[in-house]
Unconditional design. Structure first.
Length: 278
């Protein structure tokens, strides 16, 4: 049986986690403070540690560092009541499994917890190459669970943006990232996608480069971008014939959500730009 350590004595949060986890496979222990959590981790191995939502991101990142020293293979999800973009970058650098600041969606937390408990032994898959809140460069392993973790980190970094702009950038970035991992990297965990997130005064830029040979948008019949004007659903029949999952609207959706999406000549690198209103 695996054990989760919750750094919080909130019975509601404990109850929610028990509903996510299989009681036959997981035991939940709790402590009220970060100091108590570190003492527990130093004396016992835990598969997953979730910090309390009443502490600051800075304090939780410090706990993460200490846990890394004592138990480098323990997965740590940070929940925090007070956060800055600098705290999120520090959490990525110290190999947090994920990061949530209040108010957060419990459905999103549940999805990440499920990825944590169902995944293999801890192996990050996200490498921070350069990190400050205004310019972040990373390499991300080509698998879908790692992509979901990265998307949550990016949500937290741009938490100060207006909600509509935050959602537009997040959704467009998600489409480019998933396209790069699925079609450029072919879901090969030995391959990596390069990511840059740049926050300028009046714009947000996201660069995604996949390891594949590239493609021409005009020669991509499985995408809605290539549909002839007289047949707007051509790509759906083509995908069905190839045995691909329903979809193909992602790149078209990305172009609708942000101000610019441009590609390099090879077709394996995309840049999206969203101009900010404030």
């Amino acid at each position: 049986m695996e054990t989760l350590l919750l750094v919080d004595d909130d019975p509601e949060l404990q109850g929610s986690l028990r509903r996510i986890l299989k009681s036959s496979e997981w035991e939940i222990e709790s402590v009220p403070s970060n100091a108590g959590a570190l003492s527990r981790v130093q004396s016992k191995s835990y598969a997953l540690v979730i910090t309390g939502a009443t502490t600051s991101g800075q304090d939780d990142v410090e706990l993460l560092r200490e846990i890394r020293l004592a138990r480098p293979h323990t997965k740590v999800i940070i929940l925090t009541g007070k956060s800055t973009p600098e705290d999120v970058v520090a959490a990525i650098r110290e190999h947090a499994f994920s990061y949530f600041s209040k108010p957060f969606s419990f459905d999103s937390l549940a999805a990440i917890v499920n990825i944590a408990v169902e995944g293999p032994s801890w192996d990050d898959g996200i490498e921070l190459l350069s990190g400050k809140p205004s310019w972040i460069s990373l390499q991300v392993r080509c698998n879908l669970s790692t992509a979901e973790r990265l998307l949550q980190f990016i949500r937290e970094i741009k938490a100060d943006m207006p909600a509509d702009e935050r959602e537009a950038v997040g959704s467009a970035f998600r489409e480019l990232l998933m396209n790069a991992i699925e079609h450029g990297g072919h879901l090969d965990p030995e391959q990596y996608v390069e990511i840059s997130y740049i926050r300028a005064k009046h714009a947000v830029l996201c660069r995604v480069k996949d390891p594949g040979p590239g493609f021409s948008q005009q020669e991509l019949p499985q995408s809605a971008l290539s549909n002839p004007p007289e047949d707007p659903l051509f790509h759906t029949r083509h995908r069905e014939a190839l045995g691909l999952r329903p979809g193909g609207f992602g790149l078209l959706l990305a172009q609708k959500l942000v101000d610019e999406v441009t590609y390099n000549q090879q077709g394996n690198e995309a840049l999206l730009i969203k101009y900010l209103r404030h």
